[in-house]
Design a protein around this ligand. Structure first.
Ligand code: HPA
Length: 270
């Protein structure tokens, strides 16, 4: 993998990717942050050597480099999911690339369902901890220890200092920011009522199909990481309406301005 990583980084450098301080992963339906960025370069995932899609299939996502709140950032607009058929290593390959480009902090966002029914759709949740229900690990491969820590520490996966900053910013800006546990599932089907009940019992506040692999790789690389969920639907097993993906995406877009405010200010304060 090392050789591939070097070649991908070299390609991006040649395309004008400089040295970013912060990496940002934008989740499903969350593209508005890019409007606040002075973009210098953008490249479709399909054109990046050794990126998961480069030889397989079309992917809408792109990698951006530019300035946000006075800092150089690299942004993944759209991510890879296990439910698209990618391996955990594929899904997390771009995190390794961002780290090699030089980022010092990784900010992750996602759209998630609210399991904790005190949390409402359209609100944000700071991820304080997670449960991996995706069945495997992005670190479960031969040679992983040449790239970072195999037995990555998960005692506090989300950076406590930056989380504190996010909570302060939210308070100052009047943004409602819950705090809770995110559980990752494979998907792409949504959950059954029985599954929502189980997720609540095991301690989840929100459920989604991403983020956890990326956070595990960030920890393995010793990269401070924080993550925020945009809650797009309420997962009440006793009043469960059929899912409407369009509505989920629309809700993500509606809640996103709050996330943009939060991340933009955080980057200024980092
Ligand atoms: N389940 C899984 N993933 C999701 C959900 C959900 O209810 N909502 C948004 N992403």
């Amino acid at each position: 993998m090392k050789e591939h990583l070097n070649k991908t980084v070299q390609f991006l450098k040649e395309r004008g990717f400089g040295t970013p301080e912060v990496g940002i992963i934008l989740g499903t339906g969350l593209g508005q942050l890019t409007e606040a960025i002075e973009i210098e370069v953008e490249v479709s995932y399909n054109h990046i050597p050794y990126f998961p899609t480069a030889t397989v299939e079309f992917h809408q996502g792109k990698f951006l480099f530019g300035t946000l709140s006075g800092k150089k950032v690299v942004v993944m607009q759209g991510r890879f999911h296990v439910y698209e058929g990618y391996s955990m290593q594929d899904v997390t390959y771009p995190v390794r690339i961002m780290e090699q480009l030089g980022i010092k902090t990784l900010l992750v966002s996602n759209a998630a369902g609210a399991i904790n029914l005190n949390f409402k759709k359209g609100e944000l949740m700071l991820i304080d901890d997670h449960i991996n229900l995706q069945g495997t690990s992005p670190l479960a491969f031969k040679g992983v220890s040449q790239l970072g820590e195999r037995f990555a520490d998960m005692s506090a996966p989300y950076d406590l200092t930056i989380n504190k900053k996010l909570k302060t910013i939210a308070k100052e800006k009047g943004i409602k920011l819950h705090e809770g546990v995110y559980v990752s599932v494979v998907g792409p089907q949504l959950e059954t009522r029985a599954e929502y009940r189980m997720l609540k019992i095991i301690g989840a506040d929100a459920v989604g199909m991403s983020t956890v692999p990326e956070v595990i790789v960030a920890k393995h690389l010793n990269l401070p990481v924080v993550a925020v969920s945009v809650l797009t639907d309420e997962c009440d097993p006793d009043n469960l309406a059929p899912v409407n993906i369009k509505e989920i995406i629309a809700m993500a877009a509606k809640a996103e301005p709050q996330l943009v405010k939060l991340f933009s200010q955080l980057i200024k304060d980092l």
